[in-house]
Write a protein that binds this ligand. Structure first.
Ligand code: FNR
Length: 193
């Protein structure tokens, strides 16, 4: 049985470079022998977190659907933009809603963070900020991360990276992450027996 990976883009934008990076990542995951499911936060619409709404109605359907998708995956890859050197509000809002679900879906989840930005930093500062809530929730955030700078001109027509060295590094990072996620999934299964 192969590893199932949810690849989630943290952007709602149609022309999102992070959604494009997510598609490439999903293709590389599949090529590595795992199964990948690519989604964006737009697939899980949810209102801003409100404790009164939660008390009255519980989690909104979009948040529940995201919880189920995360829980069903053995590994999670998030492709997120950097907004003002931090996590985009829509992604943080989704994390806040999901954190209210039990069993808490991020707990023990093998997670890889990638980003894309037209800037020269590639959105890397946003990923450091994203580690904080995820690690707080018990996600096993992979030490290595991948940030794509100059992302508006980094893709070929068929969705690969124009820079072959960079493409090689992304492939290697994903391969190492999947190896660890697979070993960890096996370990967790043994522990739960
Ligand atoms: C940005 N952008 C941006 N880029 C960056 O590298 N560092 C940053 O701190 C920010 N800050 C920021 C704030 C806000 C409010 C917006 C709207 C944008 C630019 C951002 O990287 C660019 O819009 C990307 O294209 C967004 O990602 P998607 O939607 O293309 O995936």
């Amino acid at each position: 049985e192969s590893l199932h990976v949810l690849v989630l883009s943290g952007s709602l934008r149609t022309g999102s470079v992070n959604t494009r990076l997510g598609s490439l990542v999903a293709a590389l995951v599949t090529r590595a022998g795992a199964t990948a499911e690519a989604a964006t936060l737009g697939d899980f619409p949810m209102p801003p977190y409100d404790g009164d709404a939660e008390a009255d109605e519980g989690l909104p359907p979009g948040a529940l659907a995201l919880c189920e998708r995360i829980a069903a995956a053995q590994a999670l890859i998030i492709a997120s933009p950097e907004y003002n050197a931090s996590v985009p509000g829509v992604l943080k809002n989704a994390i806040d809603w999901v954190s209210r679900y039990r069993p808490q879906p991020f707990k023990d989840k093998q997670t890889l963070l990638v980003s894309a930005s037209p800037s020269m930093v590639g959105g890397n500062r946003g990923l450091w900020a994203l580690r904080i809530p995820l690690e707080h929730l018990g996600a096993r955030v992979y030490p290595d991360m991948f940030s794509l700078a100059g992302a508006h001109q980094a893709f070929t027509g068929d969705g690969a990276l124009t820079d072959p060295g960079l493409g090689e590094r992304l492939t290697t990072t994903i391969g190492s992450f999947l190896d660890l996620a697979e070993a960890d999934t096996r370990y967790l299964c043994l522990q739960r027996r």
